[in-house]
Design a protein around this ligand. Structure first.
Ligand code: ASP
Length: 227
């Protein structure tokens, strides 16, 4: 409720007193948020569980999805991969059976470097902002966006709203106005909560795959049968 109240205040601030501008901005923010959330949901519910189930035989789709629940809820409420790290390590270790040797090495690196949710969000946001301002992006510019969004997400700190700040680099890389981020600021908190869930799920997915390649996954027989 408070996140939505915060968003409402920001939208009114950005639109000023013009009701037409308010309507236009609201429509834009709704469509943009929906696209980002759909993309992130695909990563969390389809892409990562399927990738892990396909590459790691010992971890089923269901085990991965349910085993990561606590870490995902913590990521959603804190908007920070680093703040979620202890819970992620616990989930990956206890529920997915990945050895501590792997989790203690892979997850801290993943929390700071691997932010696929953030890069997805940055790429969608830049294209949406360009469309809102009627700017046509060439294919080469779109490729630059993909590249700089990936690099910016690697450089982003694992704290709330870091992705939004680093989006300035992505906007500047294709000659767009960095000040445009003010437009999407009102909905950033809720999208930050969602993209942090993807970032954390990605870290868990990668560490499971690395553990499988090193033969370091140990799931108790009774647990494996239940999954
Ligand atoms: N809040 C995100 C994280 O901690 C980073 C961001 O995209 O702002 O993973």
């Amino acid at each position: 409720i408070f996140v939505f109240a915060l968003m409402a205040g920001q939208i009114v601030k950005a639109a000023g007193t013009d009701p037409e501008m308010f309507q236009q901005l609201l429509g834009f923010l709704l469509r943009y948020s929906l696209v980002v959330i759909l993309g992130l949901a695909f990563m969390v519910f389809v892409f990562y569980p399927a990738l892990v189930a396909l590459t790691v035989k010992k971890i089923s789709w269901r085990r991965f999805a349910s085993g990561m629940r606590d870490a995902q809820i913590t990521a959603f409420s804190t908007s920070s991969s680093v703040a979620t790290l202890p819970v992620t390590m616990d989930c990956v270790n206890k529920n997915l059976g990945v050895s501590t040797r792997t989790t203690s090495f892979v997850l801290p690196i993943g929390a700071t470097v691997n932010m696929d949710g953030t890069s997805l969000y940055q790429a969608v946001a830049v294209v949406a902002l360009a469309q809102f301002h009627m700017v046509d992006l060439s294919l080469a510019q779109q490729a630059v966006i993909v590249l700089t969004a990936t690099l910016a997400s690697i450089g982003a700190a694992a704290v709330p709203s870091a992705g939004l700040v680093l989006m300035i680099i992505v906007l500047e890389s294709v000659g767009l106005n960095p000040g445009w981020i003010a437009l999407i600021f009102p909905v950033d908190r809720i999208l930050d909560m969602c993209r942090t869930v993807v970032n954390v799920t990605g870290d868990a997915g990668v560490s499971s795959m690395i553990a499988a390649s090193e033969n370091e996954i140990d799931i108790p027989e009774t647990d494996a049968a239940a999954a």
